[in-house]
Design a protein around this ligand. Structure first.
Ligand code: PLP
Length: 395
């Protein structure tokens, strides 16, 4: 028997998951059950809290091993990682960079930090991320390739790169996107901030772009307090990423020589210590998050008017943030659901406002955004912390 979606039915469904005695359930909170205290204390005891210390190297090695990329470079946050990724692939002043309209603000801001212009494209119903087929059709209409370089016929500007984002941990259709990028000579940079632990056709996200960005902010699947990483399979770019995120200093015993404009984007050792302890637990977080998602997925099979966002075809998602979608006839319930759940201490959130509607990006070029607009009105994120899934892992 189907249950019609309403603020009340969502509240009572969520109560099953969050049945604990807590009177507040976060959307996503970190869990520090491993070696966090030990490693952070080690930094304090030895005095190595800042720009030198063993945990940065260790974190980078652990990331390489986990994701399969050749080189990981730890940085201060995911936004800084994106900024450097764009620099590394050669994004310059007045270039256009294709990004989804439905993403976190950092994706667009990183483009702006390069004095480049975000060009907003639509999302896919299935993945919630950039739709590569729709992008391909759009480029056929607006772009031309001259001298192995893609130009926007309308604006005359070079289109340099495409930055897909794996929304809530669900990978976009990467092989189709790689093909579109090759056809139009566009650099592919993955915003994998939300997708540590997510795979497309068996390969970890972040391996498909020439460079990719991760985030370890407090709300992500693993946290370093604040932090991020640049991933690449190109060893030359990997070395360059390390160099320019550490002030482009030429190694020398005492001299200060810097050979280009660099950035002070290095992750401090104390944050990396936290990150090492967190990454050790990622193999434990992932099954809990999957079990929680499966529980939600089953619950929503019985709902009329709302559905759970499941992992796309060919993907294994980390289920970082669980989401439901209201169908067209029920979208008007969104705000009531948000209000009722938050009033009851169950944190839920709408998805981001489309970046193309924000004042600083209102004049940026954009394609038809009809799917993204629909998603903007119909998505609600629901509590997703790994520990909530603990009770479902065996079941
Ligand atoms: C978290 C996030 C980032 C980076 O955020 P920081 O807070 O700078 O680490 C970038 N893009 C997306 C889509 C994100 O969710």
């Amino acid at each position: 028997m189907k249950q019609v979606v309403s603020a009340e039915t969502i509240v009572s469904m969520l109560k099953q998951v969050t049945s604990s005695d807590k009177d507040f359930v976060a959307l996503h909170e970190p869990s520090f059950q491993g070696n966090e205290w030990t490693y952070v204390k080690d930094c304090l005891d030895t005095g190595w809290v800042s720009s030198v210390g063993k945990y940065v190297d260790r974190l980078e090695e652990m990331l390489q091993e986990f994701t399969g990329v050749k080189r990981a470079v730890a940085v201060v946050n995911g936004t800084a990682a994106l900024h450097i990724c764009l620099k590394l692939v050669g994004v310059e002043r007045d270039d256009e960079v294709i990004i989804p309209a439905l993403t976190f603000i950092a994706t667009a801001n990183a483009v702006t930090y390069c004095d480049a212009i975000p060009h907003f494209v639509d999302s896919s119903e299935e993945t919630l991320g950039l739709d590569p087929l729709k992008l391909g059709d759009y480029l056929q209409e607006i772009a031309e390739v001259r001298n192995h370089t893609c130009f926007n016929k309308k604006t005359g500007r070079r289109i340099k790169a495409v930055v897909p984002m794996h929304t809530f941990g669900h990978p976009v259709e990467l092989d189709t996107l790689v093909e579109v990028c090759q056809r139009y000579h566009l650099e592919l940079v993955e915003d994998a901030a939300e997708s540590l632990g997510s795979y497309y056709k068996g390969t970890h996200t972040g391996n498909w772009g020439r460079v990719s960005a991760l985030s370890f902010n407090g709300n992500k699947i693993v946290t370093t307090g604040g932090g991020g990483a640049i991933l690449t399979n190109d060893e030359t770019l990997g070395r360059l990423a390390k160099h320019i995120t550490t002030t482009a200093k030429v190694p020398h015993k005492w001299e200060f020589v810097h050979d280009q404009i660099g950035y002070n984007y290095r992750m401090p050792n104390i944050n990396a210590a936290l990150g090492c302890a967190q990454l050790e637990q990622l193999p434990d977080f992932l099954p809990k998050k999957r079990a929680l998602a499966k529980f939600y997925e089953n619950q929503f099979l019985h709902f009329e008017g709302a559905s759970f966002v499941s992992e796309p075809k060919h993907c294994r998602s980390n289920y970082w943030l669980n989401a439901i979608r209201l169908s067209a006839d029920y979208m008007n319930l969104r705000d009531e659901i948000l209000r009722a759940t938050n009033e009851q201490g169950m944190m839920t959130r709408p998805v981001w406002r489309l970046l193309s509607s924000l004042p600083m990006y209102a004049d940026a070029p954009q394609m038809d955004l009809s799917v993204a607009k629909k998603l903007e009105q119909s998505i609600v994120n629901i509590p997703s912390s790994a520990h909530l899934g603990g009770t479902y892992v065996e079941a």
